[in-house]
Design a protein around this ligand. Structure first.
Ligand SMILES: *[C@@H]1O[C@H](CO)[C@@H](O)[C@H](O)[C@H]1NC(C)=O
Ligand SMILES: *[C@@H]1O[C@H](CO)[C@@H](O)[C@H](O)[C@H]1NC(C)=O
Ligand SMILES: *[C@@H]1O[C@H](CO)[C@@H](O)[C@H](O)[C@H]1NC(C)=O
Length: 235
């Protein structure tokens, strides 16, 4: 077993003893999440701040996957993303940033999985947290979906959220964690019942090279912490 997997497994079992709220049993009776309504969404550091949430957090999880880009002959433009989503709710919020760093190094070292969703669902991060669902794009609209196969609300067709970015809802990733990390984002619900607001914070990786030639597509591995607030489907 890799050191990083031991690290994540040990960390998560240790931190599960520090849980603030009592675990809540889910419908299928097999998997548990913890109450994150008192968590503090990471909004950045002044002067770069995301908008304050208007609702309490309902889910917090790690996304592990790729940001996709297409070359137009000279530069890359964004072309969707795909990630697997792993629950963080039973981990103390002070650990999210270091877990994101560790998860990217483990995901970067993985060469055998075709995408982050398979990696996450197949236990690539040890027993960090349960698999919740998948992040992907429908056209150019991002979607976080817990109704997918293996997802925590598998089969519940409303258990997703699609988001759009209001104005001024993106800040550069803080540089204390290095460069090459995609922006932090704030999005508002467009469709679905899983959330009213979506935050992407604590990003690791995911930025495309500055220039390119030809018309190829690339996938750049990334990890981020996502927070959902509000919504009518709760854990
Ligand atoms: C490619 O995209 C960049 C940035 O949007 C733009 O400046 C450039 O003109 C585009 N190149 C072509 C060949 O379309
Ligand atoms: C890589 O994936 C293949 C096919 O899923 C599997 O048979 C093989 O054991 C994997 N190798 C490693 C090192 O995980
Ligand atoms: C993005 O990349 C993933 C691999 O990580 C791939 O499975 C997916 O189809 C790609 N999505 C788009 C819109 O290109």
């Amino acid at each position: 077993m890799f050191v990083s997997s031991l690290f994540l497994a040990g960390l998560s079992s240790l931190l599960c003893q520090l849980v603030i709220g009592a675990p809540t049993a889910l419908g299928n009776g097999q998997r548990e999440l913890c109450d994150v309504s008192g968590d503090h969404v990471h909004l950045g550091e002044p002067p770069n701040l995301l908008p304050q949430p208007q609702h309490n957090p309902s889910f917090v999880y790690l996304g592990v996957g790729t940001q996709n880009y297409t070359c137009n002959g000279s530069s890359y433009s964004s072309n969707g993303a795909l990630a697997g989503l792993i629950d963080l709710s039973c981990t103390d919020e002070s650990e999210y940033a270091s877990i994101a760093t560790e998860a990217l190094s483990r995901w970067t070292a993985e060469t055998n999985e075709s995408n982050g969703n398979d990696f996450a669902r197949n236990g690539g991060l040890g027993d960090l947290g349960v698999y919740l669902g998948e992040h992907f794009f429908v056209g150019n609209i991002p979607r976080w979906d817990f109704s997918v196969p293996g997802g925590i609300f598998e089969g519940n067709k409303n258990a997703f959220v699609m988001g759009a970015q209001p104005a001024a809802a993106s800040i550069p990733a803080p540089t204390d964690t290095g460069s090459g990390n995609v922006a932090w984002l704030y999005l508002l619900r467009q469709d679905g019942e899983l959330a009213d607001e979506i935050y992407r914070t604590d990003t690791r990786g995911g930025v495309a090279p500055q220039s390119c030639s030809g018309s190829g597509s690339i996938q750049v591995k990334y990890v981020a912490v996502y927070w959902l607030t509000g919504g009518s489907i709760k854990n």
